[in-house]
Design a protein around this ligand. Structure first.
Ligand SMILES: Cc1cc2nc3c(=O)[nH]c(=O)nc-3n(C[C@H](O)[C@H](O)[C@H](O)COP(=O)(O)OP(=O)(O)OC[C@H]3O[C@@H](n4cnc5c(N)ncnc54)[C@H](O)[C@@H]3O)c2cc1C
Length: 308
């Protein structure tokens, strides 16, 4: 088993991780970026990004590919499908165990593992995952061409994904717990014109189907009555949960929602452990913000290592 020592281990290659990588490399910190899944994080899953300065409208995946190329200019590449399974703090340094079973020693770690879509925890959601239940319209949407789907949650993610699905699906429902959509106003005219059937003040209580999703039970919150709607797929966008397992095991203090508490220098309560992007408490869950936060964290790590 190879063992190597670096200055900084960046965990996650979303906006925060890549921006941190660029800044760390420019300060000549010996850095590696580990990515459990695929490069680009949540931004790479966005169908269109329309609010990243310099790009009027760009596919999320394309934007993040450009970031990866920029990173390469500084001799750094995210190591995809090689996540960090465990981190131990030993004598002031960190020992990381990678999914590849390699062990790496680092002077500091920057955890930028972001968030994942919340699960509803309702009957059949888990069993039918990948069989009609999805959390990513960009990944799975094309399988539902000409079919009936429902999107759960009318926040920005839910609404933009419902609009995307509606372009190719025979019928799209949008189910929202609140009495009105919870998205930015800019999407409202498009939503109204779309032909999407919106069920507000409504709660998805059950997914039905043996081998695949067949229907949904949606409760009208005003009357308490449930109705069944036949669909082939359901896309769930009801908020985000922090991917805090590594920080939690290291003993980093968390806030009441499970986000990692950090100070203005992105330091956690554990010395040498920094957090950036959506995982940090106070996160705005936007690409531009996560990038700035990653850059700030990398500079703070540089100061920390210089003083060691
Ligand atoms: C569908 C969707 C559309 C969006 N659209 C927009 C938009 O248009 N504009 C905008 O500004 N924002 C948008 N956002 C929000 C934006 O994508 C996030 O704010 C941003 O991605 C946060 O970046 P991050 O680096 O903190 O985390 P993430 O992008 O979540 O990246 C975290 C990375 O860490 C990896 N990881 C997790 N655990 C481990 C581990 N143990 N080891 C190694 N790697 C690990 C993950 O696989 C992931 O790649 C969207 C989000 C979603 C879900």
């Amino acid at each position: 088993m190879a063992e190597s020592e670096i200055d900084l281990a960046i965990i996650g290659s979303g906006a925060a991780g890549i921006a941190a990588g660029i800044y760390a490399a420019r300060r000549s910190l010996k850095t590696r970026i580990f990515e459990k899944e695929a490069l680009g994080g949540q931004t790479a899953l966005a169908i269109w990004v329309e609010n990243y300065p310099g790009f009027k409208k760009i596919k999320g995946e394309e934007l993040m590919q450009q970031w990866a190329e920029h990173l390469k200019e500084f001799g750094l590449e995210a190591e995809e499908a090689n996540g960090v399974a465990e981190i131990k703090k030993i004598a002031g340094k960190f020992e990381l165990l990678l999914d590849s079973k390699e062990k790496v020693q680092a002077k500091a770690v920057l955890i930028a593992t972001g968030t994942e879509n919340k699960r509803l925890g309702i009957p059949r959601e888990k069993e039918l995952y990948g069989k009609g239940v999805s959390y990513c319209a960009n990944c799975d949407g094309p399988f539902y061409k000409g079919k009936k789907v429902a999107v759960i949650g009318a926040g920005n993610s839910g609404v933009t994904n419902a609009l995307y699905l509606n372009e190719m699906c025979k019928k799209t429902y949008l189910v929202e717990f609140l009495p009105q959509p919870n998205c930015d106003e800019i999407y409202l005219p498009q939503l109204e014109k779309s032909g999407i059937e919106a069920l507000y003040n409504s709660e998805l209580t059950e997914i039905k189907g043996e081998k695949r999703v067949k229907s949904l039970v949606v409760k009208d919150r005003a009357t308490g009555k449930g109705k069944e709607i036949a669909v082939d797929g359901v896309f769930i966008y009801v908020g985000l949960s922090p991917r805090n397992e590594l920080a939690k095991k290291l003993g980093c203090e968390l806030d009441e929602k499970g986000f990692v508490k950090i100070n203005g220098k992105n330091e956690t309560s554990v010395k040498g452990v920094f957090v950036a992007g959506d995982l940090g408490s106070g996160a705005l869950a936007q690409t531009v913000w996560a990038a700035g936060d990653g850059a700030k964290a990398a500079l703070a790590v540089y100061d920390y290592i210089r003083k060691l």
